[in-house]
Design a protein around this ligand. Structure first.
Ligand code: ZN
Ligand code: ZN
Length: 326
């Protein structure tokens, strides 16, 4: 059984074929899906989905990039939504400084950010004030949701982008009072350890399959298996070989099989195996490539019962041991 810990099933990307998407997830052994709200409306849709489908659970919250659009009081509606027994955490909440007003303004004018920050014209001063206001709105929203999580005895799903120091600083006073997962983790091993030392978890996405995801792969390989979760963050970040296409919860299996604490060469082989394990290919080749690997655990997980008898690895074992057929 695999749990997809971060999906956005309420997004319009899934409006036309959600039943098929859930069916494919189930077929891939992804039997539970946690769908994450990003605004009040999105959280409401997440709860509706969780109440409709038994494999779906909801996390409710307001994403930091929605801070500007969010109403004055997001806590009252969130507290109301949390009454549903299908709600399992608060989030995604956190800080995202990737689109600071000054950066956006600089982009528009085609000006380098560093030169904008170095000179002190009135315009730039204004930009930095705007940045401050933007950040403090996100910080307020983040703290309110952390307080709500404590009040409701729920865990939190943390979104952090280009705001590492502030995120950790804000979470410090909450240490020991709540637990969170730093989703879509892309930091260094030191940062991962910082999070783990505070008794939080990290979670990895399809980035671990990307050609340019080597550093994340390396960190992932070093995090103990009980300290991380896997997710797709669908509809975004589809793993290879689906990169660029719509991502979906079934792909959690690819992420899980790529995140393997083995030396790089072996991990690459695992990854190549998992790419081939999509159903269409499996139907063409009765044995998924995993079966040919001398890896008993993986074999037990992935090879359907029907393969066992004619399975080359099993035949080899039978020959050696003489009596074992399964
Ligand atoms: Zn996120
Ligand atoms: Zn997300």
């Amino acid at each position: 059984m695999l749990i997809e810990t971060h999906a956005h099933l309420d997004y319009p990307d899934f409006a036309n074929d959600l039943d098929d998407v859930l069916g494919r997830a189930n077929e891939a052994g992804v039997t539970r899906i946690i769908t994450i709200g990003t605004s009040i409306e999105s959280s409401r849709r997440a709860v509706d989905l969780a109440e409709k489908y038994s494999s779906v659970y909801a996390v409710i919250g307001v994403h930091p990039t929605y801070a500007e659009k969010a109403g004055e009081d997001v806590i009252t509606p969130l507290r109301e939504l949390a009454k549903s027994p299908r709600v399992v955490a608060i989030g995604e909440t956190g800080l995202d400084y990737h689109h600071l007003p000054s950066v956006e303004a600089a982009k528009q004018k085609n000006v380098q950010v560093f030169s904008a920050l170095q000179s002190g014209t009135e315009e730039q001063l204004e930009a930095s004030i705007e940045d401050g206001a933007y950040k403090s709105k996100q910080i307020d929203l983040f703290e309110e949701q952390l307080d709500l999580a404590i009040e409701l005895h729920l865990n939190v799903v943390i979104h952090q982008r280009d705001a590492w120091d502030d995120t950790l600083e804000i979470m410090k006073p909450y240490a020991g009072k709540l637990r969170g997962v730093f989703h879509c983790f892309g930091g260094t091993l030191e940062q991962a350890n910082e999070v783990l030392d505070l008794d939080h978890l990290v979670s990895f996405t399809g980035i671990v399959t990307f050609k340019n995801g080597a550093s994340v792969r390396e960190v992932a390989a070093k995090v103990p298996s009980w300290k991380f979760m896997v997710e797709t963050d669908c509809p975004y970040l589809a793993p290879v070989p689906f990169r660029g296409k719509r991502c979906e919860p079934a792909h959690t299996r690819i992420v899980a099989e790529t995140k393997s604490p083995r030396p790089p060469r072996k991990r690459r082989r695992t990854f190549l195996g998992s790419t081939a394990y999509d159903k269409s290919q499996r139907d063409r080749h009765p044995h998924p490539p995993h079966c040919y690997r001398r890896d008993r655990t993986r074999h037990l997980v992935l090879c359907r019962a029907g393969h066992a008898a004619s399975h080359p690895y099993q035949r080899a074992r039978t020959k050696i041991s003489g009596s074992r057929s399964r």
